[in-house]
Design a protein around this ligand. Structure first.
Ligand code: PLP
Length: 373
């Protein structure tokens, strides 16, 4: 612990100059191990979504826990993780007919899974692929984003037949993402409904595996009977959204942004940090807050500090409000150049704003860079 404190002091005093994404490796590894154990207990394959961290070094923490398969949400991420030795990847975004040649290149070197829900996409893959690809049929179990509704059995049947008839496509099964579990009163209930709906569709099709995603469902539901694969991603870091929904506890929050204070205004009970929407994203909690504080000054993750709220964001500025006596007393002692640790509302989107992570031990972990063309 004293080593960590010394490093944290070093980071604070010498290395952190501007908004910096920090990861608590110990917490992230513990979150990973918990889910690996849960998957083993539930007897499902864990295929974690790597879109949350997008880092080969953090992927290695999953590898250390025995994970060998992963999910990604873009072709670029798939190439990046393939380049770092990941041999079994599902690209869980609707396949894009414009990228078929790229899928084919990738399928020449890894075991690639793609997602479809339209005959035109299947036809584009059938005519453009020279290498075998696993094909998942996207099933909408209630989120209403993509996929064939679970009860539309004629369409499910027709699409499975098209996949089975296509050269180089192998039908893997039905894949769903129950994103509506995030805003549900009872995520466990949403998840059981998802499971039952997938099983209902499967009873009609009589073939293929069943794959479901989402951290709230996996964190709250022990009964995964009938399902084959789980694809949660957010759990590696969690965030304030998950905390507010009681999916995690504050001591599981594993990433935060260290932000320099650039203004202190006790007369309006506010401080200003150089960290705005470009650093944190504009994702807000239900009460409108853009973040809360995990620490003031030291670079060690404490519990959430009561009375502090990131109340407003512009492109580069964040306005921190001190509410209550304790936070106001802390505000008086803040100075420009101090650091505050902001816990993100939605870690996937906040991490996306940065090129790399700093661990609390001072190591830099690079992230994948999105391709723009
Ligand atoms: N699978 C798909 C298709 C997703 O879109 C997502 C997240 O958006 C996940 C899995 C992982 O879910 P979570 O972020 O709740 O862990």
């Amino acid at each position: 612990v004293s080593d960590l404190l010394a490093t944290s002091r070093h980071l604070r005093e010498h290395l952190i100059r501007r908004a910096t994404l920090l990861v608590d490796e110990r917490r992230a590894r513990s979150n990973i191990e918990t889910f690996v154990q849960r998957a083993a207990n539930a007897n499902v394959i864990l295929r974690p979504h790597f879109k949350t961290h997008q880092s080969a070094k953090i992927a290695q923490w999953f590898g250390d826990a025995g994970v060998t398969r992963a999910t990604v949400s873009s072709l670029g991420q798939a190439r990046y993780f393939a380049d770092h030795g990941w041999q079994d990847l599902t690209l869980a975004m609707g396949a894009n007919p414009r990228e078929v040649a790229d899928y084919d290149d990738l399928a020449a070197r890894i075991d690639l899974g793609l997602l479809v829900d339209h005959p035109h996409t299947i036809a584009a893959l059938a005519s453009g692929l020279n290498h075998p690809v696993g094909c998942w049929l996207d099933c909408d179990t209630g989120y209403g984003r993509t996929g064939v509704p679970w009860h539309d059995t004629d369409r499910l049947h027709d699409l499975v037949s098209l996949i089975e008839d296509a050269p180089n496509l192998t039908f893997r099964g039905l894949l769903t993402h129950a994103g509506h579990g995030y805003v549900a009163e009872d995520p466990a209930n949403t998840f059981s409904q998802t499971r039952l709906r997938l099983q209902e569709a499967h009873t009609v099709l009589k073939r293929g595996l069943l794959s479901a995603g989402d951290t709230p469902g996996f964190a709250t539901t022990r009964d995964w009977s009938g399902l084959d694969e789980a694809r949660p991603g957010n759990f590696v870091f969690y965030d304030l959204m998950q905390l507010e929904a009681d999916i995690c506890t504050a001591d599981q929050l594993a990433c935060a942004v260290a932000c320099p204070v650039i203004g202190v205004y006790p007369e309006r009970q506010e401080a200003v940090i150089h960290a705005g929407a470009v650093h944190l994203s504009r994702e807000a909690l239900q009460d409108g807050s853009f973040g809360r504080l995990l620490g003031l000054g030291e670079i060690g993750f404490e519990g959430l500090l009561p009375g502090w709220e990131l109340e407003r964001l512009s492109q580069e500025h964040g306005i921190l409000k001190a509410i209550g006596d304790q936070a106001r007393a802390e505000l008086v002692n803040l100075r420009p150049g101090n650091l505050v640790l902001v816990a993100p509302v939605h870690s996937c989107l906040t991490c996306e704003q940065f090129d790399c992570y700093q661990t609390l031990a001072g190591e830099t972990l690079p992230r994948y860079h999105r391709e723009s063309f």
